[in-house]
Design a protein around this ligand. Structure first.
Ligand code: LMR
Length: 345
């Protein structure tokens, strides 16, 4: 054995102790100083209801975890477009999303498309009873096998129709190319009106309307306004025919790996952000509709009670047609919730 290796062997236990003495505190210090980063990606503008709710959640979560968690919000499809963001979540490239309930079909969870059925929610109370009750929870649980946990439902609002020609009666849709989200129920809705639905990512809609790739679309007023679609649509109809809301979702593996106290704190912040989201959504959409009218760029028509009856008659058959896709039992459950509030389908 050479002299130096003997010396190394003699010194090494000492070294190990010294190293250990430094290593333990420094690792702990590192863990304390390095925040857990949650990337929250979404496709709307920061001043849309979802954008505001995401910013609210960020502020609450960071304050309550005292900086141990950092929420990075990426709005406006900055990181990913609709379909890609779902894949990114499953792969763990982002940790949190809030896609519209109309976008879960490609993931293999088609039951959420029940929310897209025309005139399925006669009032916000019925909607709330569904999303805050066991039905809503059961639906979110269907995401678990996909590696996703559903945390909450956030409102946007009821949609208006828009196009480059007036849309007063169902016949006015005949032959129009309409941009839709990926939902098969929305596809059926527009086919029932004689239109040609075209699935397209939200980030591409403005350009498609501008260039005439599509003639029209449907949006809650807040989405129409915050994407400046009033510049590229001449007519809109307040039809309140369909609902647009979100499921706030996280990567399951990531969420389970969080320290318990952090996860609890984040769940508390999410509960509060959800209340905020659902309070502001209505007033944001009311204000957006006013702003669209005031812009003078879009002629806005509101359906009369008579019009509404005609629209309902044209669109209600979509419920039966899509019963197989969204589940008959689920559909009956939704009807029962409506019946509790005195509504009949
Ligand atoms: C859409 O694609 O029209 C909406 O889902 C966008 C959104 O996230 O509100």
């Amino acid at each position: 054995m050479c002299h130096s290796s003997l010396r190394y062997r003699l010194l090494s236990p000492l070294f190990a102790v010294v190293l250990a003495a430094f290593a333990i505190p420094s690792t702990t210090a590192l863990a304390e100083s390095k925040p857990i980063v949650i990337k929250f990606s979404h496709v709307v503008a920061p001043d849309a209801p979802k954008g505001k709710a995401a910013a609210y959640f960020k502020a609450l979560a960071e304050e309550r975890t005292k900086g141990r968690v950092l929420i990075e919000v990426y709005p406006n499809s900055q990181l990913y477009k609709d379909k890609e963001e779902m894949e990114a979540l499953q792969l763990g490239a982002v940790q949190m999303l809030a896609p519209s309930l109309a976008k879960f079909g490609p993931l293999g969870v088609k039951e959420f498309e029940i929310f897209d059925l025309p005139y399925i929610f006669p009032s916000k109370d019925v909607l709330r009873a569904v999303t805050e009750g066991p039905v809503g929870r059961n639906l979110l649980n269907k995401l678990e096998p996909k590696g996703i946990i559903g945390l909450a439902y956030w409102d946007n609002g009821f949609k208006i129709m828009s196009a480059n020609r007036p849309l007063r009666s169902p016949e006015d849709f005949r032959g129009l190319k309409m941009r839709i989200q990926s939902s098969k129920v929305i596809d059926a809705q527009f086919r029932a009106l004689g239109a040609f639905p075209q699935v397209m990512a939200f980030s591409e809609v403005y350009q498609a309307l501008l260039t005439g790739v599509v003639d029209g679309t449907e949006n809650p007023p807040s989405n129409m306004l915050t994407q400046q679609m009033e510049d590229v649509q001449k007519y809109a109809t307040v039809s309140n025919h369909g609902y647009l809301g979100y499921a706030v979702i996280v990567n399951r593996k990531f969420w389970k790996s969080l320290p318990d106290d952090i996860r609890d704190t984040l769940e508390g912040a999410m509960a509060e952000a959800t209340r905020y989201a659902n309070v502001i959504a209505q007033s944001e959409n009311d204000a957006a509709l006013e702003a669209i009218k005031l812009s003078g760029k879009v002629e806005v028509y509101t359906l009369t009670p008579n019009d509404l009856e005609v629209w309902r008659m044209a669109l209600l058959p979509v419920h039966r047609e899509m019963e197989g896709r969204v589940g008959k039992e689920m559909l009956d459950t939704f009807y029962k919730e409506a019946a509790k509030f005195g509504f009949r389908n």
